[in-house]
Design a protein around this ligand. Structure first.
Ligand SMILES: *Cc1c(COP(=O)(O)O)cnc(C)c1O
Ligand SMILES: [Zn+2]
Length: 414
């Protein structure tokens, strides 16, 4: 049973059918999935959600399918970690890490959007799926296409980390490296989508894809005991995830699943690719595209598709945005690893480092609940930290050599 009315233009509110469409033909505004919230409110309760499997599909009334999900049915419900050690280091009272570095099956939050997009692609009858990727999306489309018996094409900038490249090609997909940055890849893929008629997760299926991100927010709220956090810090690439976390929390209040939805959203970018945070800091709602230059490849988008709407979501929530250098993001990765035992990738390092910065600026108060969004896994971006951690000493397998190390205190501790 479906609760999806159709698609609706975010600007002029013109209605469209549930097809592979993403821009309004009247005003060129982006299309968004439109739900029958009145009916959902009658159907959905905390008890009903709690009775279901621990996956993102426990919120299925709020996801854009007509039938049951067919791809990625086990994605989501990742841990919300109470981060007491990191809280102490940062000097805050109540801190959590939403840990999508262990999402199933490809260790990033992109498994959520891909599960939604590929399930929709199958509903719409597509046989071939594709994407333009900064890394994690390609990993997930390739893996989940296999599960769904779909053919896949992945287009990525040629300079990505080995973990992202091999973590895509291993699935037997068609993978194409392209010289230059993501923005060129994305432009070319729009033309390919038109010409070849494939389902591009983040282009012609973007309205459905983006809805998958909401479950990251739904889960935070449920895992906090049906309470909205006061502050959430989110790494931004195209700017979609941060918008959808805000939407998810508001949706849950609208449906009576929580009492209040007073959450401030904070966007995090790398300074070498910071068109959104720069606009926020300048008090502007106009994105000035940039050419990315950062090791945070997974969030290196110079001309973000949802830039304008992410700025709006940040402002309306009473939040802010910041960016950090590559050095700072590496420190962020190491800080999370050494306090909470969580190894995140570059985007997660950005989120941690931006949180630290916003606390220092007193943009975020120290005595209210804070959630840091950890969206990807550090084992995929080893290049970022390879030369920034200690090397283990190598000894023969005898106790005397170890005793000697202990005496000289030469055991590696990063
Ligand atoms: C894609 C991605 C993001 C941001 O996604 P947008 O919705 O495009 O802003 C954040 N973190 C990681 C690890 C990602 O792969
Ligand atoms: Zn329109």
């Amino acid at each position: 049973m479906s609760f999806v009315k159709g698609l609706k233009c975010r600007e002029c509110e013109k209605d469209y059918p549930k097809e592979a469409l993403h821009v309004c033909s009247h005003c060129f505004g982006p299309l968004e999935v439109d739900y029958e919230y009145e009916r959902i409110k009658k159907e959905l309760s905390r008890e009903k959600i709690k009775s279901r499997g621990k996956t993102m599909w426990r919120y299925r009334e709020l996801l854009p399918l007509d039938g049951e999900p067919t791809v990625g049915t086990q994605v989501g419900f990742t841990p919300l970690v109470k981060a007491n050690n990191l809280a102490k280091k940062l000097g805050v009272d109540e801190l959590y890490v939403k840990n999508d570095s262990v999402n199933y099956p490809t260790y990033s939050f992109k498994d959520r959007v891909v599960s939604a997009a590929l399930s929709k692609a199958k509903e719409l009858g597509f046989k071939t799926v594709a994407c333009a990727t900064t890394g994690n999306l390609g990993n997930s489309v390739a893996a989940q296409a296999v599960q769904g018996n779909l053919e896949s094409y992945i287009f990525m900038p040629a300079n990505l980390e080995q973990g992202k490249v091999i973590g895509t090609s291993i699935y037997g997909t068609n993978i194409i490296g392209i010289n230059g940055n993501y923005d060129g890849v994305n432009r070319m893929c729009s033309e390919i989508a038109d010409k070849y008629g494939w389902a591009f997760a983040n282009i012609n299926l973007r309205p459905y894809y983006a809805e998958g991100s909401k479950t990251y927010g739904h889960e935070i709220v449920e895992q906090l005991g049906w309470k909205a956090p006061k502050h959430v810090i989110v790494p931004m690439a195209g700017g979609s995830l941060i918008i959808k976390i805000g939407k998810a929390i508001k949706e849950m209040a609208k449906l009576g699943l929580i009492d209040d939805s007073n959450t401030s959203l904070y966007g995090a970018q790398a300074s070498g690719s910071s068109p959104i945070s720069t606009a926020v800091k300048n008090g502007s709602d106009v994105i000035k595209p940039v050419i990315p230059d950062t090791i945070a490849h997974s969030i290196a988008i110079g001309n973000p598709a949802d830039g304008y709407y992410s700025i709006k979501a940040i402002h309306e929530s009473g939040g802010w945005a910041e960016d950090v250098s590559d050095e700072e993001l590496i420190e962020g990765i190491k800080l999370l690893a050494s306090t909470e035992g969580i190894f995140t990738e570059t985007a997660g390092g950005v989120a941690v480092a931006v949180t630290k910065k916003l606390l220092e600026q007193e943009r975020i108060p120290r005595d209210e609940s804070i959630v840091i969004s950890i969206t990807g896994n550090g084992l995929k971006t080893l290049e970022a930290v390879m030369d920034k951690v200690g090397k283990p000493p190598i000894i023969e397998a005898n106790i005397e050599e170890f005793n000697a190390l202990m005496e000289k205190k030469e055991v590696c501790t990063a």
